[in-house]
Design a binder for this molecule. Structure first.
Ligand code: NAD
Ligand code: LMR
Length: 328
């Protein structure tokens, strides 16, 4: 058993995703059953009391792997020594808002957090940004952390990936476990492109199992607009499913993905598939040796090219907008 606990910083710890996430981290689902964790909860001052309440409940679970909990309202302290940072804290969108509306409101949070990560996080820090607009918030944080390798900053599209798996499973009548090599491309927004052209269901090409009209008029919009549908139905944005996806993302990043499939994550582009270098965009990825690698060599049809470009263009616009605001 590893004896040195891993420091996991969670921002927005008192929020609804935080509440769904922390118990799973403390029970060992983030890093595995042999890795003790120390939680560092970061909140704004108004959130500290509720975070203390959550910490009391965490104590009351007597998790064998939970080696300690500290609560902060100062990013510098919150990220001190962090090995894993889950940047959840941000304002969620409410009914009728698009993610772009959040750029200014949330952009200001991620610069200072990037600086704090740069100043005090552990050398092996891995960052997952969940707070929206996740890709561009991750870019802002990354740009404020010049001493941290850029590849350590990622944004979450695993929830979109899981949503796509589930939709395809229900359409084809196959279990989720029979589906491999699905991809979410681009931004975690309504422009994202869930791509099934390289996916297989029980070894058969997924695109050949469904018709193009279902793909275009049902599957893609259902996956891309699922966040808004959840807000409409629940009156609040997704929480347990978002926490679940965050666990999946970090677990795979640290422990590796299976050899016979890939997953999706928004990572810093190296220019692959024509995505401008430096943008944090979702790709087909495998994790090996603690690093994400973009799956190379996939043939991209004209249909897919158009969809990928549309989402990547939105990321370029978001980057330009936060540049204008002086956030990067
Ligand atoms: P919430 O409002 O319930 O909780 C947010 C928490 O963050 C609050 O407790 C708030 O006090 C805290 N917070 C705000 N600013 C902070 C800061 N500067 N430092 C630390 N904490 C801060 O929201 P939620 O439902 O938990 O959602 C959090 C974010 O996750 C939102 O931006 C939401 O849109 C996003 N989200 C992303 C995905 C995804 O797939 N990427 C999925 C679901 C939700
Ligand atoms: C989601 O996809 O559920 C979240 O990003 C919340 C939202 O605003 O859509």
């Amino acid at each position: 058993m590893t004896t040195t606990p891993v420091n996991v910083t969670v921002t927005g710890a008192a929020g609804q995703i935080g509440y769904a996430l922390l118990f799973r981290i403390a029970s060992g689902q983030l890093l595995g059953p042999d890795t003790p964790v120390k939680l560092r909860l970061l909140e704004i001052p108004q959130g500290v009391k509720a975070a203390e309440g959550t910490a009391m409940e965490l104590d009351d679970c007597a998790f064998p792997l939970l080696a300690g909990i500290d609560i902060f309202d100062d990013p510098k302290q919150g990220f001190e020594g962090a090995n894993v940072a889950l940047l959840v804290g941000a304002r969620p969108r409410s009914k009728g808002m698009e993610r772009g509306d959040l750029l200014e409101a949330n952009g200001g949070i991620f610069g200072p957090q990037g600086e704090a990560i740069n100043a005090g996080a552990a050398d092996d820090i891995r960052v997952l940004v969940v707070g929206n607009p996740a890709n561009t918030n991750a870019l802002i944080a990354q740009q404020h952390a010049p001493d941290v390798p850029a590849e350590r900053f990622t944004a979450m599209t695993r929830l979109d990936h899981n949503r796509a798996l589930s939709q395809l499973a229900s359409k084809t009548g196959a279990p989720v476990s029979a589906i491999k090599n699905l991809t979410i491309w681009g931004n975690h927004s309504a422009t994202q492109y869930p791509d099934i052209f390289h996916a297989t269901v029980d070894g058969k090409n997924a695109a050949e199992l469904v018709d193009q009209s279902w793909l275009e008029s049902d599957f893609i919009p259902t996956v891309a607009k699922r966040g808004a549908a959840i807000i409409e139905a629940r009156g609040a944005s997704s929480a347990a499913s978002a926490a679940n996806a965050a666990i999946d993302h970090v677990h795979d990043w640290v422990n590796g993905t299976a050899d016979d499939s890939w997953t999706s994550a928004a990572i810093v582009s190296d220019g692959s598939y024509g995505v401008p270098e430096g943008l944090i965009s979702s790709f087909p990825v495998r994790a090996k040796g603690g690093k994400w690698e973009i799956v190379q060599g996939l043939e991209i049809s004209e249909f897919s090219r158009g969809k990928i470009d549309a989402s990547v263009n939105e990321l370029v616009e978001e980057r330009d907008a936060v540049k204008e605001l002086g956030l990067v």
